[in-house]
Design a protein around this ligand. Structure first.
Ligand code: PMT
Length: 405
């Protein structure tokens, strides 16, 4: 395996030296690429000594008396030779350049030229990290399939406290390993993912809805696609774009979602239900816009529990539910796991601020009959991968037990 490690100009550049070693310990050859700013923090010699390879420092051959054609096309050769590109630390500047397709040094050119998986580990001042421009650039990169390793929170070199510290090297290594195996572990699976809210009509212009944005379900769909699965995404009305290679079925109401799930269940080998399906619907929606003539009473009736229904005919499929809870969260999730005969349930404590509904971030507990695994607050993309990791493990356990019997 050959990895290109891009080092950009931040105080955390020195931490990339240990990263070289950790990647080598996993049997990878590391080609270090440094930006000009990175060389202000650490000398290329350090990386050359650690990696045993010449460090690339310039698009046109650093130190060469004359720029030559070999060095000018080297980025293409490196782009084709590598199995992954890792950028750690990644500054706000390089993230912006990646997002906007700029290619004015070796690293940014390599980023555009490679088709290998890319892992970006940002490190910067908390305000720079939280700035809307940086967050928009991160979203752009994530939507294009770049694996972002969220920075840690804590004391920063600038003296401030908050998010922006380079993630632990071991976390970055795990992200690299996952990116390298991304195409493998769900290949051959067809995963039915439900996402978003449902809308239950009151009259032609009003409905009962909820705050689900679809982000969690779409992240699951995108992550599953990246790991080689086919994805049937059954989505309630969401304002974000679904992943390009998913087969998307758009629905509005809980009843439509139920029909779509049943119509596609046969083709699916796994089901993940992240949608926030209405528990109640209006018994008789008005055919015309209701006039404001004093108080209005709506008669609601329960919707069909789609998850419970499909569990009854799931066959050998793995079925994973979500549980949005605000009180007695673990006990309630366990109850749903059992009553809906699920293989796992992803507990979302939506009473926590800043996560869950309509947020970029989430924190969940993955509950299986065998135990619980906490996923502390992180991006929905990372949560999606952790849920898929748990599913891959369940699948392996099931396979192992079926070959034993
Ligand atoms: O969309 P986002 O803004 O990204 O937010 C993500 C989320 C908070 C919506 C998501 O993480 C989440 O928790 N989804 C489940 C929300 C929910 O409806 O939970 P519940 O506890 O009410 O339902 C339990 C399970 O039964 C869910 O898998 C649900 O899809 C399913 N269900 C519920 C009702 C129903 N009639 N049929 C169902 O299949």
């Amino acid at each position: 395996m050959k990895i290109a490690l891009g080092v950009t100009g931040g105080i955390a550049a020195y931490k990339a030296a240990e990263l070289v070693r950790l990647l080598q310990d996993r049997g990878m050859r590391v080609q270090v690429v440094m930006t000009r700013a990175a060389q202000e923090f650490v000398r290329p010699l350090t990386f050359a000594a650690l990696s045993g390879e010449k460090v690339i420092t310039d698009l046109f051959g650093a130190g060469a008396e004359e720029p030559n054609i070999d060095s000018a096309v080297e980025h293409i050769a490196v782009a084709q030779a590598i199995d992954a590109l890792v950028v750690a630390p990644a500054t706000a500047d390089v993230i912006a350049k990646f997002a906007h397709g700029e290619a004015n040094d070796f690293l940014t050119t390599l980023f555009l030229a490679t088709t290998a998986p890319v892992v970006v580990a940002p490190a910067m001042n908390v305000n720079m990290w939280e700035n809307a421009a940086t967050q928009a650039n991160i979203q752009t990169l994530r939507a294009r399939g770049v694996n972002i390793v969220e920075p840690d929170s804590g004391y920063l070199a600038c003296g401030m406290v908050g998010a922006g510290r380079l993630a632990a090297n071991e976390t970055i290594v795990q992200a690299v390993l996952r990116a390298l195996h991304a195409e493998q572990d769900l290949a051959g699976e067809t995963i039915l993912v439900t996402a978003g809210p449902t809308r239950e009509p009151i009259d032609p212009v009003r409905y009962i809805g909820n705050r689900s944005s679809g982000k969690m379900g779409y992240a699951l769909a995108e992550a599953a696609l990246r790991r080689g699965a086919k994805v049937i995404l059954i989505s309630g009305p969401a304002s974000i774009k679904p992943p390009a290679s998913a087969e998307v079925v758009q629905v509005q109401t809980a009843a439509e979602m139920r029909d779509a799930v049943h119509a596609n269940l046969e083709r699916a080998t796994m089901v993940i239900k992240a949608a926030a399906v209405a528990d109640f619907t209006v018994r008789q929606a008005a055919g015309e816009k209701i006039k404001r003539n004093g108080p209005l009473t709506l008669e609601l009736e329960p919707t069909v529990d789609i998850l419970k229904e499909i569990s009854a005919r799931k066959g050998s499929r793995l079925v994973i539910g979500f549980a949005a809870e605000t009180t007695n969260v673990l006990a309630n999730a366990r109850k749903k796991l059992e009553s809906k005969s699920l293989d796992a349930i992803v507990l979302n404590d939506v009473s926590q601020p800043g996560i869950g509904f309509d947020s970029e971030r989430n924190a969940v507990t993955i509950v299986t009959p065998a135990g619980v695994e906490n996923v502390p607050e992180t991006s929905k993309w990372e949560v999606a991968h952790r849920v898929l990791d748990a599913i891959v493990k369940l699948k392996a356990e099931r396979h192992a037990s079926s070959t034993r019997h």
